[in-house]
Write a protein that binds this ligand. Structure first.
Ligand SMILES: CC(C)(COP(=O)(O)OP(=O)(O)OC[C@H]1O[C@@H](n2cnc3c(N)ncnc32)[C@H](O)[C@@H]1OP(=O)(O)O)[C@@H](O)C(=O)NCCC(=O)NCCS
Length: 199
């Protein structure tokens, strides 16, 4: 078993912090999810030029539709990190899912590593939705922190340094890097334990 798989397993099957993804997210209860959806939407609004904007109901829908990763403090219920995936396109009949709305939230107890954990769960979530799909993450060229986490994880930059994928909001252009974060051959066993609250 590769070191990467061991790391994925060790980190994803966690209750402390609590990591839930896909269908398990609903178990957190609608009231809590609505509250988290508000926080996520608010956070996205702080990055209008580089992150796609989603309203609280849209974030909530991703949660209910089994397309999200939610990481919380198990004692306080505070949101620590979030991500959702959505269908981005397809290539030669293979669907591509984008991992996005990737965000971490301040917490006195869990200061570091929450964003990293959400990224580890992302490819597992995509695999749960469609085992043959490609998972990608699109990051602003200057977002060194996000890029470091992705490359540490083994994400592979695709389409060169200057990706043609530009995001424009209110006239501002954002130059993005695109990474492949799909689970690799041999990592399939990780996703077989999905869909439990303690996943
Ligand atoms: C990106 C984000 C999700 C990361 O989550 P996080 O919980 O802050 O990150 P983690 O604590 O898991 O990991 C941070 C890592 O980045 C490193 N880092 C921090 N600042 C950095 C910088 N300026 N350049 C490079 N690496 C940096 C840290 O050293 C740490 O690595 P280490 O564990 O090896 O020390 C979070 O910062 C966030 O919400 N950002 C705003 C939204 C955003 O930009 N989302 C990504 C859009 S694609």
């Amino acid at each position: 078993m590769s070191e990467r798989i061991k790391i994925l397993q060790r980190q994803i099957f966690k209750t402390d912090p609590l990591v839930v993804l896909g269908g398990s997210v609903r178990l957190l209860g609608e009231k809590r999810l609505e509250m988290y959806a508000g926080l996520v939407s608010e956070k996205l609004a702080h990055h209008p030029n580089t992150m796609l904007q989603y309203s609280p109901p849209e974030i909530f829908k991703a949660m209910i539709d089994r397309r999200s990763v939610v990481i919380t403090n198990p004692r306080t219920g505070n949101l620590l990190a979030f991500a959702q995936v959505w269908k981005y396109g397809s290539n030669d009949g293979r669907d591509i899912y984008e991992f996005g709305s990737w965000s971490a939230y301040k917490d006195d107890e869990y200061k570091n590593g929450n964003g990293r954990l959400a990224l580890l769960a992302g490819p597992i979530l995509v695999r749960e939705i469609d085992p043959s799909a490609q998972a990608i993450a699109i990051v602003e060229k200057t977002n060194k922190k996000a890029q470091k986490i992705i490359t540490d994880f083994g994400g592979i930059e695709i389409e060169g340094e200057w990706s043609p994928y530009l995001r424009t909001v209110e006239g501002e252009t954002a130059y993005m890097k695109k990474f492949d974060i799909t689970m690799r051959g041999g990592e399939e066993n990780v996703s077989s334990k999905r869909n439990t609250t303690t996943a």
